[in-house]
Design a protein around this ligand. Sequence first.
Ligand SMILES: [Zn+2]
Length: 166
Amino acid sequence: MDKITLQRIQKLHPSIRGEMTSIIKECGLALTGRAKIRVTQGLRSFKEQDELFAIGRTKTGKKVTNAKGGQSIHNYGLAVDICLIIDGKTASWDTAKDWDNDKVADWYECVRIFAKHGWDWGGNWKTFKDLPHFEKKSIKTKTSEIKTSWRNLIKLPKDKDGYVIF
Ligand SMILES: [Zn+2]
């Protein structure tokens, strides 16, 4: 696993760091050719999210998100965006290419591994497909299991580092 990916995993919600390390390692074992997986984005602060939301609204540019601070699962460290790094240098978001010639597109090999661990792929969404995006479907609290929607997460208390407590 590359250093950048490792650093990004270390900022995810503490409860999923171990799980994400396993997922990335499994992807590393599954992809035996020119492509390696990299986490391009994990935790995003409320402030960073507000800055993205401003693009195409109060700032110039095309809209990049419909989520304000607190309305993205990234704001809770429970989502990652990925890309593939080809030959150790070029980023790729090609979801169809089979870089290791095993008859399954490398991107889908990763999708399957994430799914096995209970992660949703943004490529499965009906209205707005977000191909690089994966998020944890649900989290276990002491008493129940809750869907990891921002509406649920925003209500939870936070620890001293700003991570929600469940
Ligand atoms: Zn994302």
